[in-house]
Design a protein around this ligand. Structure first.
Ligand SMILES: [Zn+2]
Length: 416
């Protein structure tokens, strides 16, 4: 297809001067048409997605003296003051910032990465604010050219299935900014783009909904950035799924979902960078609702995403102490016993996490959706604690001195 466009451009270039001199009154149209064709070709042909091999070599060969860092664009979902889900006082667009900033900290601490954030809680980063202002017309032309090229591929049947998942379609201005982020990424050699979201779905009002868990959206196989993104999505998925349930929304139950229509990850074959969109969980899940666990839960998701990125580049890499458990919740030191009525949410959250490592949480016959890590002691935790006590020969009712002692022996980090 690209060759046909290039041919069309050549024909245009050779015939335009003749057309312009033969029909002088139409010269403006001819030159406008030339520019249009030129823009289309530039948009579609100048496409340089990274292969898995290229990215891994870049990472491996980057040194402090000769840095060629992996450029990661972090896009906290939605706009500084607009859009996204809300549940009670929680706003998705603020939660995505919190996670994005944590992810940026993990990546920036590693000299192999260079991080670009699209926005803060209050505003677009200056480079993007300016880019959206200055480039709006170009973004629109560029986006249209890709769309037309995609439509041609659909007509000639080079494309696969119809989209599987329904997403709210973005209003034009929001869509253009999303396309703008992709165009900017192509022009500025971004290697990886991570779009951060939290989920919700309509109709459950102020009562927490029935779905839980995370999902990663990756570009459909027909797109040029699909293979690399898929590989990255798989390493991130592996880390995230160790402690967090995969979304049980039926269309998300594969965990990694190929998508054709999401602008963020390269709809119409626009993106060079490996581009994944992660829905990190449903906003009303208990670990996000409770103020005592929210910060840690979000930071942990950022940490696991970071480890997933590292795994992509460095499958046999050295692991830090914290990475021993793949979570920031452990190691943990418990300093008090935990009666059923305890409101020590952090202690109980860590207890539930340790029980999960032990393989006894959720208890037999239950799953992660029945028994999320709530930070509160309910039937799930009680049964799991009993199994844990049996396993270690502890005779005790509830989480008393002996159980706390055993937890500290195993999970306070002293034994590492
Ligand atoms: Zn969202």
């Amino acid at each position: 297809m690209r060759h046909y466009i290039a041919l069309a451009l050549l024909v245009t270039i050779f015939t335009a001067p003749w057309l312009a001199t033969t029909f002088p009154e139409q010269a403006d149209y001819v030159f406008a048409w030339m520019k249009y064709v030129g823009d289309q070709v530039a948009a579609v042909v100048a496409h340089n997605p990274r292969t898995i091999d290229e990215l891994q070599k870049k990472y491996a060969s980057s040194t402090p003296r000769k840095p060629h860092k992996i450029r990661v664009l972090i896009v906290p979902g939605h706009e500084p003051d607009y859009g996204g889900a809300e549940f009670g006082v929680l706003k998705e667009r603020d939660m995505t910032i919190e996670l994005g900033e944590q992810l940026a900290l993990f990546l920036s601490a590693n000299e192999k990465y260079e991080v670009i954030m699209s926005r803060t809680k209050q505003e677009w980063s200056p480079v993007f604010a300016e880019y959206f202002d200055r480039e709006l017309d170009d973004i629109i032309v560029w986006q249209k050219a890709h769309k037309e090229e995609s439509l041609r591929r659909v007509v000639t049947n080079q494309t696969s299935s119809s989209p599987k998942v329904y997403h709210n379609s973005a209003p034009d201005s929001v869509a253009y900014r999303l396309y703008g982020l992709t165009k900017w990424s192509n022009e500025n050699a971004v290697d990886i783009a991570i779009h951060i979201h939290f989920n919700d779905y309509p109709g459950h009002g102020r009562i927490p909904g029935k779905y839980a868990g995370f999902a990663i959206y990756t570009p459909e196989a027909q797109y040029a950035n699909s293979t690399t993104t898929r590989a990255l999505s798989e390493t991130m998925f592996k880390r995230l799924s160790k402690y967090n349930p995969v979304s049980n929304l039926p269309v998300e139950s594969d965990g990694i979902i190929e998508e054709r229509e999401l602008i963020a990850i390269g709809a119409n074959n626009t993106a060079d960078a490996a581009s994944a969109l992660i829905e990190y969980g449903y906003m009303y899940e208990p670990q996000f609702l409770n103020i005592d666990t929210r910060g840690l839960a979000i930071k942990d998701l950022a940490f696991q995403t970071y480890l997933g990125l590292e795994d992509f580049f460095n499958p046999r890499g050295v692991r830090s102490l914290a990475a021993t458990y793949d979570t920031l919740v452990l190691p943990y030191i418990w300093r008090r016993i935990l009666p059923e009525t305890s409101r020590e949410l952090r202690d109980i959250y860590a207890l539930q996490t340790a029980l999960q490592v032990e393989g006894v949480y959720p208890p037999q016959g239950k799953d992660q959706y029945d028994c999320p890590r709530t930070g509160k002691i309910g039937p799930c935790t009680k049964s799991s604690v009993e199994v844990f006590q049996k396993k270690y020969g502890i005779e005790e009712n509830g989480v008393g001195e002996k159980t706390i002692g055993e937890l500290n022996r195993l999970y306070s980090g002293r034994s590492l």
